[in-house]
Design a protein around this ligand. Sequence first.
Ligand SMILES: C[S@@+](CC[C@H](N)C(=O)[O-])C[C@H]1O[C@@H](n2cnc3c(N)ncnc32)[C@H](O)[C@@H]1O
Length: 281
Amino acid sequence: MNLLLAEVAQATQRLADAGVPSPRNDAEELAAFVHAVKRGELHSVKDSDFDARYWEVVARREQREPLQHITGRAFFRYLELQVGPGVFVPRPETESVVGWAIDAVRAMDVVEPLIVDLCTGSGAIALALAQEVPRSRVHAVELSEDALRWTRKNMEGSRVDLRQGDARDAFHDLDGQVDLVISNPPYIPLTEWEYVAPEARDYDPDLALFSGEDGLDLIRGLERTAHRLLRPGGVVVIEHADTQGGQVPWIFTEERGWADAADHPDLNNRPRFATARRAMP
Ligand SMILES: C[S@@+](CC[C@H](N)C(=O)[O-])C[C@H]1O[C@@H](n2cnc3c(N)ncnc32)[C@H](O)[C@@H]1O
């Protein structure tokens, strides 16, 4: 075993002792980051090239600073995004929400699908849809100026129309025309603050996490926005907490002009996102 792999094994134990959920993964990612190699190439780093800065970044992760803040990057579907203080780190759960949205848009058979991402954060969802749905016209909105500093970097050179503002009052120019509205909004109930993992509670912005006592304040507002934006037959998909699977579909009721309201699990089989179709007149 080379020196680096021995140090990675030690770091894994330290991270596990600190309660890091995926210690081996993170110890390897940090080693790859510091030595500027891919994870699969760690064995090829010569002992003489071992960089002692590895222990500095391991110590930061031990303090539960998110891996993505230390490396400055987050992977999301086929994208590598820049992230850091002020912006929410995109999560793997959201990748399945985007997967559902891509299938839904394909099934529509629209030549240039019009898509709106509400609460875009780093831009993960909007950029993935722009990349994976050919000829899509993608629009995104974000309220926080701190987050937007990262969004603008990530969207440089992309065809996404990015705007600053409150999602509940956005895109009046697109009213009644949109094929797909998608959102991963803040949804954690304020009452659950103490149970949130330190990486999120201490590093993701509060505006990205919490939304009223039951976590559904903004989702209730987004239902009205989606209703206004979608064309008849258009669909909405909204991510929620795994405890909200019984509540969110009920916000999209027939009386309010919705059809086919349903809830869907993520890859870990936990309730994760709700979908509904704007009813035909
Ligand atoms: C959970 S994060 C999700 C970010 C991104 N969509 C993702 O999946 O990685 C929620 C985002 O909503 C933004 N936000 C919160 N309230 C908002 C509002 N009223 N209008 C627009 N954006 C808002 C936050 O700043 C944050 O960037």
